[in-house]
Write a protein that binds this ligand. Sequence first.
Ligand code: ZN
Length: 343
Amino acid sequence: MKAIVYSEHGGPEVLKYTDAPEPEIDASEVLVRVRACALNHLDLFLRNGIPGIKIPLPHIPGSDIAGEVAKVGAKVRNVKVGERVMLQPGISCGQCEQCLAGDDNKCRHYTLFGQMVDGGCAEFVKAPAVNVVPIPEKMSFEEAAAFPLVSITAWHMVVTRAQLKPAETVLVLAAGSGVGSAAIQIAKVAGARVIGTAGTKEKVLKGKELGADSMILHSENSISEEVKKMTNRRGVDVVVEHVGQATWDESIRSLAFGGRLVTCGATTGYDAKIDLRYLFTRQFSLLGSFMGSKADLFSALELYRRGLLNPVIDTVLPLEKCAEAHQRLEHREQFGKIVLRVA
Ligand code: ZN
């Protein structure tokens, strides 16, 4: 089969469009003919190499996958050959205390497609049957690939961890990112007032189209000063963080007394500081969030069916242009997801 493969860590140039062996499935697995695979920042981190995480090389990247079922193992009952499906990005053991409690993203053996196992930048990928989910009728393969990872991540942050309430105000950083665009929509469904941020005037307009009540152009204004103007100097109840070092101080300064900051990433760096006097006197809560449970994808899909949560697609490129797609994401030029189409 054709696939994007890298044999060493480095820049986008290590991504090679080449031949790779077609995966073989066991009785509890499904072989999926990939039609679309969306990019995430995780792809860039893994390609560059993360200290302390040794992934198997050569490696096929890609965590967000949609396609058609090509083969099913003898014990598979939940999908049939030919069915249009998306894959739950997270793979867990399915047998431990956390998995059985429905907290599979806390499983000690948790990994993702494109991390410890081969991903979807290929004509075929194999998946445990439990990861295979039918696509709603109206959803295209490109939308289905753009949907899972950021939808479950945003759901877990906004609903499960921060428990955002209708009368609250939330600050969502980077409206143009995959997580930001999903978090804005989910926060609106929760009934909250949503303030978004973006780095260009064009992205500010797009953020409003997505449902943000107000947008802050962070390249020209201080986020916390704008938040104070917009909230009568009170601050916001919840900050949805995933940018990290570059925005951390502004995020903390934007919080109201008793505010919660929920973070799922550190794309600009992880070396953030907090003044402990602020933390205790203002009674902040700092909440870590990573991916979401398998059940969270079903909740997000229900919002899609109701027309309340839509994947935001920036660009669709052919699989061969994977390196170009990585560059676009690296330069943060996109609004929404970059998707690779597999012919
Ligand atoms: Zn487990």
